[in-house]
Design a protein around this ligand. Structure first.
Ligand SMILES: NC(=O)c1ccc[n+]([C@@H]2O[C@H](COP(=O)([O-])OP(=O)(O)OC[C@H]3O[C@@H](n4cnc5c(N)ncnc54)[C@H](OP(=O)(O)O)[C@@H]3O)[C@@H](O)[C@H]2O)c1
Length: 165
């Protein structure tokens, strides 16, 4: 499986339950990579989506400790491990870890690639972070895109590969 994430220069990913940036070209890429596949996400990330609804055209597997949790269009599991087990049989390249911070941290070591969008900016007040892949053994940059300028920031798509898998 793979992870997909937007980070700032400090590897920040969120603030007060929401995203740090609105990046249309990145969103388009996120959709085109994940549509038709399965996404694994934490309950807080689900709650951050419009209307708290799961992502359309994708199988959504949501992790929560709340045994009573129910959300139309989502499959609910009690742990990251249970999410991976439920997704067993999914083609490796169609299984996506889409956040948030706690779910990335739990499943990163099982991801073959991280499709990272790196924003050349420092978001004030960020409270949720992604592990710094430049400091983690085994992660190498495969490809870096040309810069994209949008909504007042510059960013690049940086694909990391887990050489340990
Ligand atoms: N930049 C990006 O690409 C990106 C992508 C996604 C999300 N985000 C941001 O990340 C932030 C959310 O991240 P987060 O870390 O606060 O929340 P999260 O990972 O989305 O969800 C956390 C919740 O998932 C459940 N959970 C996590 N680990 C679990 C475990 N081991 N067993 C059972 N349940 C578990 C718990 O749900 P219950 O509380 O219901 O038990 C927990 O409160 C938001 O700001 C969001 O916008 C950014």
């Amino acid at each position: 499986m793979n992870a997909i994430v937007v980070v700032d220069r400090n590897w920040a990913i969120g603030r007060e339950g929401g995203l740090l940036y609105s990046l249309p070209t990145d969103m388009k890429r996120f959709r085109s990579l994940t549509i038709g596949g399965t996404v694994i996400l934490g309950r807080k990330t689900l709650d951050s989506f419009p209307g708290g609804r799961p992502l359309p055209k994708r199988r959504n597997i949501v992790i929560t400790r709340n045994v009573d949790f129910d959300r139309e269009g989502s499959e609910i599991v009690a742990s990251p491990q249970a999410a991976v087990e439920l997704a067993a049989g999914t083609e490796d390249d169609k299984l996506w870890v889409i956040g948030g911070g706690s779910v990335y941290a739990a499943l990163l070591s099982r991801c073959k690639r991280v499709y990272l969008t790196k924003v050349d900016d420092e978001a004030p007040g960020a409270d949720t972070f992604f592990p710094n892949l430049d400091k983690l053994p085994g992660w190498e940059i495969e490809v870096t895109s040309e810069p994209v300028e949008e909504n007042g920031v510059t960013y690049r798509f940086v694909d990391y590969v887990n050489t340990k898998l």
